[in-house]
Each structure stands twice: as structure tokens, then as C-alpha cells.
Write a protein that binds this ligand. Structure first.
Ligand code: FES
Ligand SMILES: [Fe+2]
Length: 395
């Protein structure tokens, strides 16, 4: 079998990846080493407002508990018991005065210190058996966690994202809805799909009448200065890894007469904290390899991409509204979630078809179109990071 470094060297820029990248267990294992070391968004801080509130999030074989302590501080703890390794929290969210392992009932304080362990031998030192703390950062209410010991710096990514979250008042937002979509495909096919809108016209008629991003670049109106003022555009998917986390921010015009991403283009929720009006635009943002965001003036969307195994990926969509908005009064969940639900379901279908074709003995990487520069940049950056990790500069 051809080595991973030979496969990377054989890649032809401007073309899709070789079949091996989408099907090989050894490459998936290397992918996970790369991805676990980066930052990934696990949700919104408002989901765990009180001491003892926690949520869990998975990535590959890993799981993290994000918990608010008695001191109000939000911490990330590896969801691995220090006794014999059981998962401790086994639901998506919960609330408790302490974290108790369901296996033999070792009990941890909310800051991760071991509080009680029954029948342990003389000399057992509980202070040596606290839960492993993981790197955590909160940017504009968004909770980012890394499973790596030394994640890349968020120096550029955090301010770029903060401009968007401030403009749209995301810190004071609340989660209105979450939905997961299981996609039977390698995570890179999911991400390549996310990064291009070449497929939007044929696959997403609902999105395409609302967003000008679905049009070729020459026929796309530029986002005017009046749209999302104060939000700078950032393009950091260049091919050179430099020790910093990648970030991308792009303002984008909606179609004429469209105010938000909804059926008919009309508002579906009250304006979010920081937005002063419906300015005819929206903002797309990304931090790291697996987290993306979209801000409309009246609601927001978080996209979480979670590789599970070589041929399976979970897509999670989280809908945000202003923290004061009341369901059934100020917004209707069905109308709020409509666009990104139909769009995500269509993406699941087209990505799974893509994976089936890529598994064929007749698959050969083809050239990207002029409407797929984002995918090309993403893939080149991924290859550069993978090569660097293989050189011993990674984990
Ligand atoms: S594995 Fe957690 S208490 Fe035994
Ligand atoms: Fe899509």
C-alpha cells in the first residue's frame, strides 16, 4: 500500500483527493490526531447557565464534559473516570452538585477534583486522581474545546469571530434548537461539500433563492459597507500551517428583498442583541477545521462536524435566537429551523452519493470548478497539516 506521505506528495493541486484519503483507516487515525489537537465548538455557554449544569460533546473516540463550577467558571474535563476509565456523563446535558461515575461511584467536584472513592486502600491519595482538564475558550458565548495538549493559538481566530458575535449579540443568545444528521461518508467529503456552493443551485433550491452565494462570483453582489459594519473579512485557509488556528469570516449579500434565511426571506425571530436592522446581508464564519457559523440579523446557526469513523460523520446544527425571545410567542421553531433543516437533509443525501462513487474502483479525482475555491483551499491546508504532523511537528 502506498505510504501516506507518498499519497500527499502525489496530490495534484486543483483536484479532489485520492480515494485513499476517504477510505483508509490509517489516514483516518492520522486525521483524528490532527483534529483532536485543534479547537472545536461544542455549544453555547447559555446552555449551562447555573453551577452544576453540564453538557458533553464527542469527537472521534473522545468525549468532554463542559461544566459550570460552583465558582461560576466553565471548565472542560475529559469524560474518562480516573478509576478504571468509564465514561462519567452519558447524556448530552445534565445538572448535578457533583459528577458521579456510574460504574463504581467515584465522585468528582465540579472543578474535576476527586471528592470521594469508596473502599480504597490505605495511602490512597484522592488529590492525584482528578479528572483531566482540557483547554477551553469562550468567544462571544461560543464554547471551544481542544482535546490536544497544546492547541494552536486563537490569536487571530478569536478576534475575527468576536467581531461577528458582538455585532449580532451572540453572547446573549440562547439555543432554540439542535438537530443531528448522521452522514454515511468520510468527514472530508462533508467538509469539501460545506466549502463550495457549486452544488447549491442543483441541490439547494431553497437556499439558492435566498443567498447570492449560490451564484457564480461575477454575478454575486458584493456585501456593501452597510452590511454588518465592523465585521472584517478574514481568509486564513492558506496552505501554510503557522501554529495558529485557522479562521475565516465572510460577509455575504442576501438576494434582493430577502431579510433573513427563511422561507420567503422574512424575519422569523426578533433582531438579535447587537443587530440594529435587517441590512440585507449575513456573515459566514469558521474557526478550526470542524466548526462553522452563520449569523443573520434575527437568528444564528452553528454547524458542528464530528468525524465518527472512516465512513461516518455526524453533522450537528444549532439554532440561536436572542436570549429574550420566547418560543411560540416571538418565534416559531418550525419556521426558524426550516432553511437549514432542508438544506442539511439535502447535503446528507448528496454527500452520501459522493461517498458511494468515491468507493468505486472507477473513481479518479477530478478538477475543481471556478466555484470551488474554498474547497480547494481547505483541502490544501489539510494536506499541509497532515504532512507536517507526519514530519513529527504535530502531536
Ligand atoms: S470506573 Fe469510574 S468509579 Fe470505577
Ligand atoms: Fe450544501
Amino acid at each position: 500500500m502506498i505510504s501516506v506521505s507518498a499519497l500527499i506528495a502525489a496530490h495534484r493541486p486543483g483536484q479532489a483527493l485520492d480515494q485513499g484519503f476517504y477510505v483508509r483507516e490509517d489516514i483516518f487515525a492520522r486525521d483524528m490526531e490532527l483534529l483532536l489537537d485543534r479547537w472545536t465548538c461544542v455549544g453555547h455557554a447559555r446552555e449551562i447557565p447555573e453551577p452544576g449544569d453540564w453538557l458533553t460533546a464527542e469527537l472521534g473516540a473522545e468525549s468532554v464534559i463542559v461544566v459550570r463550577g460552583d465558582d461560576g467558571v466553565t471548565r472542560a474535563l475529559a469524560n474518562v473516570c480516573r478509576h478504571r476509565g468509564s465514561r462519567i456523563c452519558n447524556e448530552l446535558t445534565g445538572s448535578a452538585a457533583a459528577l458521579t461515575c456510574p460504574y463504581h461511584a467515584w465522585t468528582y467536584r465540579l472543578d474535576g477534583r476527586l471528592r470521594a472513592a469508596r473502599e480504597m486502600p490505605e495511602g490512597f491519595d484522592p488529590s492525584a486522581y482528578g479528572l483531566t482538564a482540557l483547554p477551553i475558550r469562550i468567544v462571544g458565548g461560543l464554547v471551544f474545546v481542544s482535546f490536544g495538549r497544546a492547541p494552536p493559538a486563537l490569536d487571530d481566530a478569536a478576534p475575527a469571530l468576536e467581531a461577528m458575535t458582538t455585532r449580532y449579540g451572540w453572547e446573549a443568545a440562547k439555543v432554540a434548537h439542535r438537530r443531528s444528521y448522521a452522514v454515511a461518508a468520510n468527514w472530508k467529503l462533508v467538509m469539501e461539500n460545506y466549502h463550495e456552493c457549486y452544488h447549491c443551485a442543483p441541490a439547494h433550491p431553497e437556499f439558492s433563492v435566498l443567498h447570492t452565494l449560490a451564484r457564480p462570483e461575477g454575478r454575486r453582489p458584493p456585501a456593501s459597507e452597510a452590511m454588518a459594519p465592523g465585521v472584517g473579512e478574514v481568509e486564513a485557509w492558506g496552505p501554510k500551517p503557522d501554529g495558529r488556528e485557522v479562521a475565516r469570516v465572510m460577509r455575504s449579500a442576501l438576494a434582493a428583498g430577502v431579510l433573513t434565511g427563511s422561507e420567503g426571506g422574512q424575519p422569523v425571530a426578533p433582531l438579535m442583541g447587537g443587530a440594529e436592522d435587517h441590512d440585507g446581508g449575513c456573515v459566514f464564519a469558521e474557526v478550526g477545521f470542524l466548526s462553522a457559523f452563520l449569523a443573520y440579523p434575527d437568528h444564528g446557526v452553528i454547524y458542528r462536524f464530528i468525524p465518527k469513523s472512516v465512513l461516518s460523520t455526524q453533522m450537528e446544527v444549532i439554532w440561536l435566537v436572542d436570549g429574550a425571545a420566547r418560543e411560540g410567542v416571538d418565534y416559531d421553531l418550525g419556521r426558524l429551523a426550516w432553511l437549514w433543516d432542508v438544506t442539511s437533509l439535502a447535503d446528507k443525501t448528496i454527500i452520501e452519493r459522493n461517498q458511494k462513487g468515491v468507493l468505486s474502483r472507477f473513481y479518479r479525482p477530478g478538477p475543481y470548478s471556478k466555484m470551488e475555491p474554498g474547497t480547494r483551499l481547505y483541502v490544501e491546508r489539510y494536506l499541509a497539516e497532515l504532512a507536517r504532523a507526519g514530519d513529527g511537528h504535530g502531536l
